[in-house]
Design a protein around this ligand. Structure first.
Ligand SMILES: C[S@@+](CC[C@H](N)C(=O)[O-])C[C@H]1O[C@@H](n2cnc3c(N)ncnc32)[C@H](O)[C@@H]1O
Length: 217
């Protein structure tokens, strides 16, 4: 979720792009409302559209999401990837897991979305190889470690997507407030790895709060 409306784009451009996002169906609209009312961080609609396009285009079958919250991203990914795809999504907060389970049930996707109540780093370490798509949307300081764990487990042409990699504009800023330095350092290291690791071909997109997108080569 982006913190400010125009963290990357000019306000007119951000407003235009938000305005042309198609209306979501009743369930996603209910989830967006739920999240907004309670200040829950979920993916922005344009990032969700990007997830859907990528899940569909890549033909991903084994999908991992790092950071579930109320299940918005997991539902978008599972729907777009189609009936043969499975999503494993990791969330450490049991209350959020309960909410996510309710929405996943409402979506009729219990057989295709598995929510694991766990710390993301520990749970990622347990996963086997063959991940076709990973969506990283969790603790910003841990992004480099998530990537280190996941990279060797990616399938051929496996896709990495990560949200918030420009973090409210701070990642590109010269002066970074003290309370953001650890997050910013981690995200800068993550972006550099996305662009330079020989196992990946990647790009950082000025979408939402910044989205990294890479494919295993
Ligand atoms: C930005 S939200 C995820 C949004 C979701 N991906 C979506 O598309 O709507 C990040 C989530 O990560 C969870 N989280 C924070 N620290 C975690 C950890 N160490 N392990 C697993 N989940 C964690 C938070 O509770 C929060 O729900």
């Amino acid at each position: 979720m982006k913190e400010t409306f125009d963290a990357i784009l000019k306000p007119d451009q951000a407003g235009y792009l938000e305005g042309i996002e198609p209306a979501r169906d009743a369930l996603l609209a209910e989830m967006e409302h739920y999240a907004k009312e309670r200040g829950e961080p979920i993916s922005d609609p344009e990032v969700a559209s990007f997830l859907a396009v990528t899940a569909r285009a890549s033909g991903a079958r084994a999908i991992v999401e790092v950071g579930t919250n109320i299940g918005y991203g997991a539902i978008v990914l599972a729907r777009a990837a189609g009936p043969d795809a499975r999503v494993v999504t990791i969330e450490k907060d049991p209350k959020r897991v309960d909410v996510a389970k309710g929405f996943v049930a409402k979506a009729g996707l219990e057989s295709r979305i598995e929510i694991r109540t766990a710390d993301a780093l520990a749970e990622l370490a347990k996963l086997g190889p063959g991940i076709d798509l990973v969506y990283i949307d969790c603790v910003k300081e841990d992004y480099p470690a998530y990537l280190d764990i996941v990279l060797p487990k990616l399938s051929a042409k496996g896709v990495v997507i990560a949200d918030n990699v420009l973090w409210k504009g701070f990642v590109a800023a010269k002066d970074v407030p003290a309370h953001e330095t650890a997050r910013v350092a981690a995200l800068r290291a993550f972006n550099e790895k996305i662009l330079t690791d020989s196992r990946l071909r990647g790009v950082v997109l000025p979408l939402g709060d910044g989205v990294a997108y890479a494919v295993r080569v």
